[in-house]
Design a protein around this ligand. Structure first.
Ligand code: 5GP
Ligand code: MG
Ligand code: MG
Length: 180
């Protein structure tokens, strides 16, 4: 399917059913790996809010959830190395098993910044769970990355929480920019 988001045209890359099935599988994996550990899911706003809502409901062990806000893209379709932290953590993560939930890893700069900041707070463990990653775009390897929903090509995507000019987050599928 094709959709217009702001001034650009996008087409379906990953369907709603594919997303659902993959998240169910991630939830089963996390439930097995974190059984007895009561993990703390830490979502990175805004992009991860829909992923987090579905991921959390795919997990069937005791767990908690909180959010932080970081931004590296400011309205466009290319990455910058400027990472900005908008809200401080509301939960003490010391000695907690933290699972960072991200919408997408592009260069890796945003996540590398966050993981370094989190380590200082001495959690029992940190792992990253991302819905999407672009292996060809990565600039910084993230050893904590343990769970990936889908690896995609180096192209700009929207939908399922991800925006273009703050629009398109409500789309149920994941769409790629047409003509890339
Ligand atoms: P990184 O720091 O890894 O380069 O970029 C991470 C952040 O940039 C993501 O959390 C996301 O907010 C944004 N981003 C990266 N690639 C895309 C993309 O293809 N589409 C959208 N909408 N945002 C992206
Ligand atoms: Mg993000
Ligand atoms: Mg964005």
């Amino acid at each position: 399917m094709k959709v217009k988001v702001a001034d650009l045209e996008f087409e379906t890359l990953i369907t709603q059913l594919e997303i659902q099935n993959r998240i169910e599988a991630l939830g089963r994996e996390l439930s097995r790996d974190y059984n007895g550990k009561s993990p703390l899911f830490l979502g990175v706003l805004n992009g991860s809010f829909i992923f987090m809502a579905d991921l959390l409901r795919a997990v069937d062990i005791p767990c908690e959830v909180t959010f932080t806000k970081l931004a590296s893209y400011f309205g466009g379709t290319t990455t910058t190395r400027n990472v900005r932290s908008d809200i401080e953590l509301a939960v003490d993560i010391r000695d907690r098993h933290v699972i960072v939930a991200e919408d997408i890893i592009d260069s890796g700069n945003t996540l590398a910044y966050l993981v370094e900041r989190l380590k200082v707070l001495k959690p029992a463990s940190i792992k990253v769970c991302t819905l999407l990653s672009k292996p060809d775009a990565i600039e910084i390897q993230i050893p904590e990355l343990a769970y990936t929903g889908f690896e995609i090509a180096n192209e700009f995507v929207v939908g399922y929480g991800l925006d273009y000019k703050e629009q398109g987050r409500n789309l149920k599928e994941i769409y790629r920019l047409v003509g890339e």
